[in-house]
Design a protein around this ligand. Sequence first.
Ligand SMILES: Nc1ncnc2c1ncn2[C@@H]1O[C@H](COP(=O)(O)OP(=O)(O)OP(=O)(O)O)[C@@H](O)[C@H]1O
Length: 593
Amino acid sequence: MFQLRWVWTRMAGCHRRYVFALFSTAALAVLALGNSMITARIMDTVFYPLQESGTVTPEVMHQLIVLVAVLVGFVLFRTGFGYLQIMMYETCSQKLIYELRRDLYKNMQEQDQAFYGAYRTGDLMTRLTGDMDMIRHAVCWVIRQLISCTVLFFTTAITFLVTDWQFALTMLAVTPFIFFLTYMFSKRVRPLYVDVREKLSSLNTAAQENIAGNRVVKAFAREDYEIERFDEKNQAYREANKTSSLLWLKFSPYIETLSQSLSIAVLLVGGIFLINGRITIGTFTMFNGLTWTLSDPMRMLGMHLNDLQRFFASSSKIIELYYAKSTVVSRPDAVKSKGRIKGEIQFKSAGLRLHGTEVLEDIDLTVNPGETVAIMGPTGAGKTSLISLIPRFTDVTKGEVDIDGVPVRRYDLKSLRSAIGIATQDVFLFSDSVDGNIAYGDSDMSEEEVKRFAKMADVDFAEKLSEGFDTVIGERGTGLSGGQKQRIALARALAVKPSILILDDTTSAVDLETEKYIQEQLANLDFPCTKIIVAQRISTTKRADKIVVIENGRITDVGTHQELSQKPGYYREVFLLQNGQDENMKVSVKEVG
Ligand SMILES: Nc1ncnc2c1ncn2[C@@H]1O[C@H](COP(=O)(O)OP(=O)(O)OP(=O)(O)O)[C@@H](O)[C@H]1O
């Protein structure tokens, strides 16, 4: 039930309207009895005396006209009131879902890498769409129906008891059985709905992965395999849905039969009472006309409880996401950088442990403002992990990282990250134009500025695209080569004029000539900038002020190209390899440098 309480707290600003809607539902349920009561009165005061006397008196005609007018007015009033009630439910539920989705999305934006590593995209999408819709459905339909059913049932039961308690008791005798069956159904269906919810999430995840990875699928000609895999998930979803639906089918024949038995009870018992003169034709008509107000709530209760269980399953998922807390957050006493960050970076005995593995250990390194530092090392050595510590994509588990003498943990996250420009190893471009992608960090950037940074990163090829810089380049930059995407990502990182520029293997896919051009541009930026460049090519690292070699999560060497290429070790091996020589051959460093 805490899910209902939680949703209620999220409806702040709508409470009065929603309570009004709930009361309207209860009132409308009570008013539902009105039609039958007015009809019963017409029977007793107009038709029955008419049948007895056989003559139509002006009083009887007048009585009939008045009662029919009351009936018409009553129906119009109920319809108008019902319309108002639905409007209230709709406005409250739409406002709730809009705000909830907005807050949820905002919370997701603030999550760290561990969060995105733990949750699958398809699952997150299911929460933002299907689960949200289930909450809306519960707020504006299920709860309304449950109230309506309950009030209708009890009002009818009381009316029946007051009118003729013996007749009423014969009809109410079956209700405990129906309630028991409904309760049993509700208890058993809950885990089944949790399962349906999980299977849907799994299906969405499979579809999302397949769409995102369609090139890999095609490259390996694994379409059939993927179709089969999707089919498995689809079947599992179908089975889960079938199991939950079949459970209702197991209970519904009994519930339906018991509900229908009410009509037979009215005809049989009511008929006997009518013949005996115990009840009037009006009372009989009322009982007969109101049978549905007893049977429908009982029949429908199972369906609504069914939906309520789905609401519990969906809202639990939403609540989990709503309270997900990032471990990387700004502290309450976080500092905002006053003016531009100078760009001095210091790793002080920094260490990083991820899922029980020591990824980085004892990292001591100082990068002076404006310096260019290249980071090199074998694959999996910890290069990306090292640079992730600077913008706090992950936090150190030992030691600390300082920028301008202040630990990164003490910076306001936005202030810290807005001083850093990053082009990540896995290039991601938005479905937007080329200039929209370049100006991503500053939407107000002028076209001249966009072109200036595009030129620095050698994005001139964009001029030749169908619509130049306005060409939309798709979710993952479809239609562009790997090197072209890298260059747009580099222009995007440069365009924020960062104090610290981090490039993670950003020029690995560009040709040597373009790379040389980009390096010259980077060396002559018109704003102060510290550059950290992860690279595998000697042609990229040799111009750096400092080269840092990382192996097995530790810094094993620091020096210039001149120093490291002459010193035995990883750097020299790579240097010789990339120049077509091996360790046994003596080469002059100057030849290549
Ligand atoms: N979330 C994680 N959980 C556990 N281990 C991780 C995680 N992320 C990275 N690692 C491990 O940390 C090590 C360093 O990874 P990292 O990506 O920093 O290497 P890298 O030097 O950048 O490699 P490459 O050159 O291939 O990009 C690897 O062994 C990797 O498996």
